[in-house]
Design a protein around this ligand. Structure first.
Ligand SMILES: Nc1nc2c(c(=O)[nH]1)N[C@H]1C(S)=C(S)[C@@H](COP(=O)(O)OP(=O)(O)OC[C@H]3O[C@@H](n4cnc5c(=O)[nH]c(N)nc54)[C@H](O)[C@@H]3O)O[C@H]1N2
Ligand SMILES: Nc1nc2c(c(=O)[nH]1)N[C@H]1C(S)=C(S)[C@@H](COP(=O)(O)OP(=O)(O)OC[C@H]3O[C@@H](n4cnc5c(=O)[nH]c(N)nc54)[C@H](O)[C@@H]3O)O[C@H]1N2
Ligand code: SF4
Ligand SMILES: [Mo]
Length: 705
């Protein structure tokens, strides 16, 4: 962007790729040193905003444990080597494993960071396909499998991305999501406080449903704090009220749903009258009736669910009923409701989307866990540890993920990863998982590669994109992920590069050009623009016209009706039986300065490191003799963790909250894929776990709060 020859400082515009807010940044560089990262005031979406994670990008780039050279483990020591030796050795061992045990013995886990590396993500996926293995894992099945499932069941396509319409929104409901910290789970909200304030400015209303009075709830018109894992009852009650007493958009339903489906939906929610809904959720009657009144007032709504519901035992039912509520109010693809983001690069609205198809839906489950389903061409993460322990999975390639931290069953996962014949880790730092690696593959980080948002552009609140140059050249002996995947492919006898390109003639930008052919605007337009480019606002109508079979939603699929009946029985029993006095319900929460396991040990100069505390209500603390700052033990049926207590009335009584991503407290010890998995998706329950919290022997210093 600019350079100052007197001081050798350069300023380069880019965008942050830690989370899907994709904020515009201006990076000050001195030679190969990243000096400062600040918000780009000219960025049309983030408008100068950044969070502490973005501002820590320089520190992350210069992380003391940054991976610099490829290495191969010999005995217990990692030995630095060159790329061809590392990848040649890796390929030989992968090939030997596949020859002896079959292709499924070689697996791959692709997670968070792969989504933010356009060329690398595409090439890693090509490698995935070339391996010809069924042992594919991704973070989807420890995050949000209910969304593709429900979307597919209702529309015939698993990939639709509902998006808040910031211009026309009337009633917005956040359910189990805290965008002030997370910046959104579906639609991203860069500059979240200002955006939520705008959504709450009368006559607009913003409702937040969360057992904790979160940073987002504080900005809301109204906050409801239900018992965790009971959200389905709120939406079932709302649907029942609108269908029975008025408020549903009947002319819309006549055109876009079948009478039989409307009837089946009505029957499914029939048990959820006001008494039942208050009993299950623990909410007051007027909280529920006021919500229904707000929906009637605005006629349409836009709801965003998040990990609070997608990680709960009622994930599928809640997601279904939220969609169903939006369908019966005619909210999809209408002003005041939600639109579907077609993606800037992929432009789904201009393609013939094929239905997801029974082959993907009925993908076989993992052999060691016949109780779990396959999920859209993957195995659920819950099964990875069983697959390794049973000897089915012997070699694993981990790309942009940290399963040692993000999977449940922490001690079992660590032992399983350590037992693998081959564990190749492509990362930028020495992660918890990298400790067990046989092959370490140092990747070019986000400041070291030219990039555009690939499918994550579907999270922008408008149809937009941005190109960035590499802010600095890859340091040490790091390579772009696309290069690593393509070169490993060559060693294995596969040509993964597009258009017959040869590896030594390819650059980031040549690949970005090859992958951007269908984009909304040519890549050169993005290259020439000073910052992000907005192509269009909401695009409405394409899902009704081109995706829905005969323009109709499958409003009440049998599988989801059955799922609701199943979970409703369990949650009702739970609401009625008084749980043992000392038992609490554990829910997740995200922290502003960390991104899953990333940034827990690095922050921008002067920034404080994040501390993962146990949040609990003063009444629950008092009953256990716990004071703010005390060290406590949290234990469940599967394990225990220790952390300091944050006594805080913002959380509902009976509920405790603990973040994930830390080596201690490693919340993954408290849950197990062996017991708490969803039968339809294989998702591990990470919200709504029964735990006990007791004082622990040694005191630690009080956390700042
Ligand atoms: N700063 C930061 N940002 C992140 C991340 C991060 O680690 N740090 N991670 C990124 C990732 S991978 C994701 S998937 C997204 C997730 O984004 P979000 O889904 O917005 O995640 P959270 O901020 O944890 O918000 C979840 C909320 O659900 C509430 N909750 C828990 N159980 C229940 C329940 O049963 N019902 C209801 N209604 N609410 C419940 C919790 O109290 C919490 O406030 O964030 C992304 N952004
Ligand atoms: N108990 C509990 N468990 C959870 C959750 C929870 O709320 N509670 N949340 C779940 C959710 S929503 C998710 S998405 C998963 C996250 O699961 P993961 O994606 O497995 O976890 P991360 O810690 O985000 O790991 C990202 C890795 O990518 C690396 N990385 C960063 N930048 C780059 C890059 O440019 N290139 C490459 N190759 N690597 C890079 C980081 O160093 C890090 O090791 O965890 C899940 N697990
Ligand atoms: S919200 Fe923070 S982490 Fe996310 S893109 Fe913006 S600066 Fe980066
Ligand atoms: Mo996630």
């Amino acid at each position: 962007m600019t350079s100052d020859s007197a001081t050798s400082l350069r300023q380069v515009r880019s965008f942050c790729r830690f989370c899907s807010a994709l904020c515009g940044i201006v990076v000050t560089v001195d030679g190969d040193q990243v000096v400062e990262v600040r918000g780009d005031a000219d960025h049309p979406l983030s408008r100068g905003y950044t969070c502490p994670k973005g501002r820590a990008l320089g520190a992350w780039h210069h992380h003391p444990e940054r991976l610099d050279v490829p290495s191969v483990r010999r005995g217990t020591a990692q030995r630095a080597t060159d790329w061809d030796a590392a990848l040649g050795d890796l390929a030989g061992r992968l090939q030997a494993t596949a020859n002896e045990y079959g292709p499924d013995a070689v697996g791959m886990y692709m997670a968070t960071a792969t989504s933010f590396d356009a060329a690398g993500g595409r090439m890693a996926f090509r490698l995935f396909q070339a391996l010809g293995t069924k042992s594919r894992y991704s973070a989807v099945t420890i995050d949000t499998p209910c969304r593709p499932l429900v979307c597919d069941q209702l529309s015939g396509n698993a990939g639709l991305m509902p998006c808040i319409d910031e211009e026309t929104a009337g009633l917005t409901i956040l359910v189990g999501t805290n965008p002030v910290v997370s910046h959104g789970h579906t639609t991203s909200l860069p500059d979240p406080v200002n955006r939520l304030r705008a959504l709450a400015a009368g006559p607009r209303e913003l409702w937040v449903i969360d057992p904790r009075r979160t940073e987002s709830a504080r900005l809301a018109t109204r906050h409801l704090a239900p018992r965790p894992g009971t959200d389905h009852a709120i939406f079932a009650f709302a649907i029942r009220s609108l269908l029975t007493d008025g408020g549903a958009d009947l002319p819309y339903l006549e055109r876009h749903a079948t009478e039989a489906d409307v009837h089946a939906l009505r029957m499914a929610v029939e048990p959820f009258d006001l008494a039942r809904a208050t009993e299950e959720t623990g909410l007051e009657a007027d909280e529920l009736t006021d919500l229904v009144a707000a929906i009637r007032r605005h006629r349409r709504l836009g709801a965003m669910t998040g990990t609070g519901t997608t990680m709960s035992a009622v994930a599928n039912s809640t997601e279904w009923l939220v969609w169903a509520l939006q369908i019966i109010t005619g909210s999809y693809e209408q002003p005041g409701g939600l639109w579907f983001h077609p993606g800037f690069l992929r432009c789904f609205d201009r393609r013939n989307l094929r239905p997801s198809g029974p082959d993907l839906v009925r993908w076989p489950g993992p052999p060691s866990r016949p109780d779990l389903p396959g999920f859209y061409g993957e195995y659920p993460c819950a099964a990875m540890v069983d697959e390794i322990e049973s000897g089915n999975l012997r070699a694993l390639i981990v790309i942009g993920g940290n399963p040692a931290s993000s999977l449940p069953d922490t001690p079992r996962v660590a032992a399983a990863l350590a037992s693998l014949d081959v564990l190749a880790v492509a990362d930028v730092v020495h992660s918890d998982t990298a400790k067990f690696a046989t092959h370490l593959l140092p990747c070019a980080g986000q400041l070291e590669r030219a990039d555009v948002p690939d499918y994550v552009d579907q999270y922008y609140p408008v149809v937009a994109s941005q190109h960035t140059v590499a802010v600095v050249a890859p340091g040490a002996d790091r390579k772009p992920l696309w290069w690593i995947a393509a070169r490993l492919g060559e060693h294995l006898g596969h040509r993964l590069l597009p258009n017959d390109l040869a590896l030594d003639e390819v650059t980031d930008d040549i690949l970005l050009d090859a992958y951007s052919g269908r984009g909304r605007l040519p890549l050169d337009t993005l290259r020439e623009a000073p910052t992000a480019v907005i192509a269009e606002g909401p695009v409405r109508g394409w899902v009704h016209e081109r995706v829905l079979p005969e323009g109709r939603w499958r409003l009440a699929p049998r599988a989801l009706i059955d799922d609701l009946a199943r979970v409703a029985t369990t949650t009702r029993r739970a609401a009625r039986s008084s749980s043992p006095d000392d038992e609490l319900v554990l829910i997740p929460r995200r922290l502003l300065r960390t991104l899953n396991s990333q940034l827990r040990d690095t922050q921008a100069r002067g920034g404080r490191l994040e501390v993962a505390t146990v949040l609990l209500h003063p009444t629950d603390a008092l009953a256990r003799g716990i004071s703010h700052g005390d060290r406590v033990r949290v234990h469940s049926a599967t394990g225990e963790v220790f952390a300091s207590a944050s006594v805080d009335a913002s959380i509902r009584e009976g509920v405790v909250s603990l973040p994930h991503g830390f080596a201690e407290p490693a919340v993954g010890r408290l849950t197990s894929g062996a017991v708490d998995t969803d039968p339809m998706t294989g998702m591990v329950r990470l919200s709504g776990l029964h735990v006990r919290v007791t004082p622990a022997p040694t005191a630690v210093s009080a956390p700042s709060s």
